[in-house]
Design a protein around this ligand. Sequence first.
Ligand SMILES: *Cc1c(COP(=O)(O)O)cnc(C)c1O
Length: 459
Amino acid sequence: MNPILENDLQHMDSILEKTMQTALGVLNGLEERRVAVPPHHAQTVDLPETGLGFDVTLEQFMLRYAPFFSGSAGSRYLGFVTGGTTPAALAGDWLTSAFDQNPTSGLDSSAPDLERETIAMLCQFFGLPSDYDGVFVSGATMSNFVGLAMAREWIGQQHGYSVAQNGVQGTIPIFSGAAHSSTYKALSMLGLGRNQLQTVPCLPNREAIDVALLEERLAACAAPATVVANAGTVNTVDFDDLTAILELKKRYPFWLHVDAAFGGFAALSPRYQHLVTGLGAADSICIDAHKWLNVPYDAAMSFSLHPKLRLEVFQNSAVYLGMPTETPDFVHLTPENSRRLRALPAWFTLQAYGRSGYQEIVESCCDLATQLAARILSDARLVLLAEVRMNVVCFALKNEQNSKFLELLRQQGEVFMTPTALHGQAGIRAAFSNWRTTATDLERIWSAMQHCFNQMEAI
Ligand SMILES: *Cc1c(COP(=O)(O)O)cnc(C)c1O
């Protein structure tokens, strides 16, 4: 064994102890750490010929990169929909690496059983019937990719051919109201093309599809199609009327894929459940775990009612891997072959905090969004661009200096928000999805915003 490696092996205790102290330092320092850090282009170093060993490597990291990492795990990072990491999820993630399982096949470990158990628990969590199957993938983009790959296969089958075996032989019509950018990316990766998506207008001043117009499109299409419904859009957390869309299935043949990346968490609260009525009848569903489930990057789930189709698309036939059986190995069910046991952090956090723990996280994030919106409404310099349905506040500066304001916020490092455009109007979004965020944070966020206003007025 290489002597440096052997030395590290003998000092595993101290390596993990130092790592834990470092991690604790990061977590305990989140209150003070800048939420966003201006890009810092450190001078790059070359690959060492002789290794430095762990201790020096840690020193290098702490010196050259750690200070310039953002506080995205903390409570005032409101960009995108970036959840944090619960204590149990973090522990589960560490153990994922320690065990280093490959849940691809069931030949050597019960890790795949843990993934199946986690999926079953998540079905209960989201109120999905038990006949859904599911797999873990790296994020909602991949989950949309998987759902659309199955939709494509289904459409081929309706025409009597297999896309998996012979490729696409005809058109694959796809309709959506306010599809997330990742759906277009998935269509690009699937060889269908971004332009294949036909946008159906949304209801006036909404990001929810006009179901009457969708019906017209489906009638005109007169062929098996795919509808990508949106359950929680990123700007206004708007929801397509899933029940009304499902009604259309009685008259038109289509696959219903629902992008519920974070909106799926509406199912956790009696206050929001009605927004996802019908979710449990979709052909495929995308839900992220690294957003509101607050597990570390990267993890999402792909659920579907069509396990056979999943198998047809993702089957990886190789004798040494074993052929699909009654309970096919995950190697035959996901885009990846080898992959990380992403289910473990989710398993830990679900076991540790249960449904009610998450109901509280969801409701608390939504309450904070409502409180921020109330303050925005009370401030004459700001305008709310949309009603707050759940956890996202979409607003703008009346003087239209949104970019300047965001830049000042970023420089200040107290709170991170991201730019957006809604119905052609530039704006700002603040998304609450971290279990740590409290009313005290809201005070800090609001003071930071006031501070930036004062700075702008001084310029
Ligand atoms: C975040 C998000 C995605 C993409 O998710 P990733 O996890 O970043 O791949 C897709 N759809 C919606 C609605 C989202 O909010």
